[in-house]
Design a protein around this ligand. Sequence first.
Ligand code: SF4
Ligand code: SF4
Length: 461
Amino acid sequence: MQNAERMQGRIRAQRQPQHKPFWRRLLAIASPSQRSWHGGIELRGYKELSNATPVVPVAIGKIQLAIPLGRGRRSVQPCVQPGQHVRKGEVIGIGDDNTAWVHASTSGIVERIDLAFAADSAEPVMAVILNADGLDEWIERPVPGLPQTPETLVERALQMGIVGLGGAGFPTALKLAGAQQPDLLLINGAECEPFLTCDDRLMREHAEALIEAADFVAALLGITLTRFGVETNKPEAMATLRAAARQARTRVEICPLPERYPAGGQPLMIKSLSGRNLAPGARPADIGVLALNVATLYALGRAIFQGEPLIKRVLTLTGNCERPGNVLVPVGYPVSALRAIAGAAAEGQWTQVGGPMMGQPLPDPTAVISKTSSCLIFGAERYLPATQPAGSCIRCTRCVDVCPMSLRPLDLYAAAERLDKASLQELRLDACIECGSCSSICPSNIPLRDRFRQSKTEIRA
Ligand code: SF4
Ligand code: SF4
């Protein structure tokens, strides 16, 4: 309970009544615009491989799960012991008030607490190794009361383990607690990476639940307008959301985003949907925006209305496999078992986790699905170009043409190679969203994005 009390105190402190800052009145909400930013690249989508069939729940059975306890400073402490029996939804990890709680994805016996590879993390993380008993038995879940205040909504999000499912894994409770009187709720339904279709299927199949959750959050936080951003290549998702939005009590609009990578990048999505500029290092809350990924909103809605913790997510299985599609998979489920479910060849092929632009190769064959794993591309060598040796810059400026943040990647790269921090600052390295558009277009195969990531780490250190 100490954690909950501390959290309450912190939330109260953060949410002291405030007057809207005067500059908020200057932040008009512009009409949504598909192309309010320049650059980006057109990529072959490969969406048709996996977007045609409904999401299928994975049967758990008597399998061993490794449920990650978070990553780095966003990790929680285990609160279970080896040998302990836990039921589905039981809390197995609690952290400080900056960290979302972790729950058992199914019922079974805790074998040990140990390091394990999460599919989308290069380094192993601490995990609860759980031998599922095959019963998939829930803890007792009395029907929860609805959160009545912003503070209780924040508390619900923290205790139900809700984190950003778009990839960042940032605790949603912190986002909600830091959202000081936002006037705009933006829901990111852009899935601009090739291959991913998990959010598309979620929007098509759960449009009413998404609108209900957005409506509730907006009403509770006093937000006047909600906009869902959905790319034009998802007409069914748009249509079902539009139909569901007619039932909303608050104003909800479904807005098209360009079918162009990286339309879902946070500053670009905000610019397209509101006309507001998110400065480097600023938070959406600073410009009156609460921005949530569509899968995060769905998980938050389950927590609000069903009292359900985040223990499973929709994941795309695609690439070179016999049964591509989307599955509802428990957190901690092994990739090796998903390989069999998808009918992919055994080991020896390149498995990409996430999309080809922002994702990474599977770090280890024993890796498991985490809350932020969105997609597995089996046999990725068939679709994605292998890394080529880098040549010299020929100053073609193609990287400049595609940079959606209007940066000069060739100059940034030269400054990074010289370790010239002043120039990196002048050239606005901090505005780079690491989308990789520049690297992918570069005829000399210069690993621009990787170098920028490295430079940011060096500067932070
Ligand atoms: S695209 Fe590559 S080769 Fe062309 S200017 Fe940029 S870094 Fe140089
Ligand atoms: S990785 Fe950075 S520099 Fe390169 S295109 Fe994207 S935002 Fe621009």
